[in-house]
Design a protein. Structure first.
Lengths: 489, 95
């Protein structure tokens, strides 16, 4: 099989071919590495590539598959990992100068779980520093570019992972999502991205941004692959006390192309002012398709507290970040400024030179919101509004099986366009961040194009209702071919 | 609106974050702009609403206190910027 075809395979296609010995893991991994060397100078999606290590793992996987009776779905298939997830064998920089040389002493739980299936980890992907950003321009190293238009951003903060899946640098990737960081770049690059319910996937080994909002999730070429990666990574982990001991279903079980009788709400608050006409039009077409497929659509759905979500998020996330990032003091690991006369000065300088502008901005905002005199009006108030938003989701899901919204109000924007205006950048996540506040799951799937620029549709589900939103996404995917389009590079 | 430069410096000192004068100036404007948006929360009536402390219903997560393996000293010191006799080396904290 030609390299070009090998780099377009989904997980489930590659798995079948591997099992039938029509291809080997080494061939598949070599094709991914070749693709990386061909396109990386254009898209800059990767921060580390472990060529030799990946090929050794692939050889071992091939060896294993020669005799194994039962081959797991991810065995022998190359993946890329967002650089916020700790890996023992590869540096974990978090897109920051602060961790430029950091090598974790342990693998994150999700990495252990991929390795248990003999997945091939090819490298780490670029991201906004400490996962703070919506465009990958806040990477301390270089910005990633959108393969659909190299003058535009891929979204963020999991921009590198989205681009890698879109271009064929890996068959799938892991991302993390605090306010939209999986779904928004998935939408911008025309791939599938799922943010699981808070607590569904272990955060052990995920470098913390905002611990009550962060989740790891799959970024894949289609919905079936998304379910397969969820099967691998979901589940309780005693090392993450916020992970939930609910049993993990087989997420492929509900992948049936039938949504007859499901009731879907389209909350009007998500079609915010500033939503581009092309995005509205694509969503209309997608909703019509869901109706044709037998879903009952309610255009009158309303979640009025949505309009406070952005404000609540920009209190809660920076507050948690300011506490989480207090650990970067230049003593145990990370960048350290030695030119100082005392420990306070050393710490302040370490943080001044180790962190980039967006990280500093969020530390400042969070410290302000938590400080004496402002704590009650900001942090406590935002936590109360969070309760109201969560209750509003609960009420909505008494009436609807899922909610349908755009993933982002706009198509991918130009590099540099929003860098001088943090509020404009934050608005890129206006449709995705309420979901993290509510702790519920949501998926973004390819749902159209404006010219060559991708548009994503977001499907929001009940807590631990991943199966339901995967089913809706699968039915839509079977009836459309947006996910089959690939960028020309 | 603009935060005073002194307030920006005060917050930076609470966060133990060094800032250049240019950053102080920039943050005094940018933070004020973001906080203007946050003011929107004041419109919400939250009388009697409990603050969300946790979004999924988990309480008192306990585990057995069992002895288990840990990391070697070498693993933990491997990333240290400065070492002295197998210890992390820091600046003087007492004169």
């Amino acid at each position: 099989m030609a390299d070009k075809e090998l780099t377009r395979l989904t997980i489930h296609e590659a798995h079948q071919l591997l099992k039938q010995r029509q291809i080997s893991s080494v061939e598949l991994t070599k094709a991914a590495l070749k693709r990386i060397s061909d396109v990386e100078s254009k898209v800059h999606a990767c921060l580390a590539i472990v060529e030799d290590g990946a090929l050794e793992e692939a050889e071992r996987a091939d060896e294993y598959m020669r005799t194994a009776e039962d081959v797991a779905p991810l065995t022998g298939i190359p993946a890329l990992i967002k650089d916020v997830i700790c890996t023992r064998a590869i540096r974990t920089t978090c897109g920051s100068r602060m961790l430029e040389e950091f090598v974790s002493p342990y693998d994150a739980t999700v990495i252990e779980r991929l390795k248990a299936q003999k997945a091939i980890i090819v490298g780490k992907t670029n991201m906004d520093e400490f996962a703070m950003g919506s465009s990958n321009e806040h990477s301390a190293f270089f910005p990633t570019r959108n393969p659909w238009d190299l003058s535009r951003v891929p979204g963020g903060s999991s921009g590198g992972s989205a681009v890698a899946v879109s271009t064929g640098e890996a068959v799938y990737a892991l991302g993390s999502d605090t306010g939209g960081s999986i779904r928004q770049p998935a939408g911008f690059c025309s791939v599938v991205g799922l943010k699981p319910t808070y607590g569904r996937v272990s955060r052990y080994g995920l470098i913390a941004f905002a611990s009550s909002l962060d989740q790891i999730g799959p970024m894949t070429r289609d919905v079936t692959d998304c379910a397969l990666v969820m099967n691998a990574i979901a589940g309780h982990d005693s090392r993450d006390s916020t992970s939930v001991p609910h049993p993990v279903p087989d997420y492929t079980r509900q992948l049936i192309a039938d949504i007859k009788g499901l009731k879907l709400g389209v909350p009007r608050e998500y079609l915010v002012e500033g939503t581009q006409d092309e995005v509205r039009a694509a969503l209309e077409t997608a909703i019509e398709k869901l109706r044709e497929l037998g879903a009952e659509i309610d255009r009158e759905a309303t979640l009025p507290y949505t309009k406070y979500a952005l404000a609540a998020f920009h209190v809660l996330a920076p507050s948690e970040a300011s506490a989480n990032l207090a650990r970067y003091d230049g003593v145990k690991y990370g960048f350290s400024e030695a030119d100082a006369t005392n420990v306070i000065e050393a710490t302040a300088k370490t943080r001044q030179f180790g962190f980039g502008p967006e990280v500093k901005r969020r530390i400042m905002l969070g410290t302000y919101a938590l400080s004496a005199g402002y704590h009650e009006a900001h942090y406590l108030k935002a936590q109360k509004v969070r309760t109201l938003i969560k209750e509003e989701f609960d009420r909505a899901f008494e009436e609807y099986d899922a909610l349908i919204t755009p993933t982002s109000p706009t198509v991918p924007f130009k590099l540099g366009e929003r860098m001088d205006d943090p509020m404009q950048m934050y608005l890129a996540d206006v449709c995705t961040l309420p979901i993290n506040i509510g702790g519920v799951p949501a998926i973004s799937i390819p749902a159209g194009f404006a010219g060559d620029l991708p548009i994503g549709m977001q499907i929001i589900g009940r807590p631990f209702g991943e199966e339901q939103i995967l089913r809706i996404a699968f039915a839509f995917e079977q009836a459309t071919d947006w996910h089959k389009r690939t960028p020309e590079l | 609106m603009k935060l005073s430069n002194d307030l920006v410096r005060h917050i930076a000192s609470l966060a133990c974050l060094g800032l250049s004068e240019e950053e102080v100036e920039r943050f005094s404007l940018q933070l004020a702009h973001i906080l203007d948006n946050v003011e929107l929360l004041g419109q919400v009536d939250t009388t009697g609403v409990p603050p969300a402390t946790h979004i999924v219903p988990l309480q008192n997560v306990l585990r057995a206190d069992e002895v288990s393996g840990s990391y070697s000293q070498a693993d933990i010191l491997a990333n240290a910027p400065r070492l002295a006799e197998k210890c992390f080396k820091v600046q003087t904290i007492l004169e």
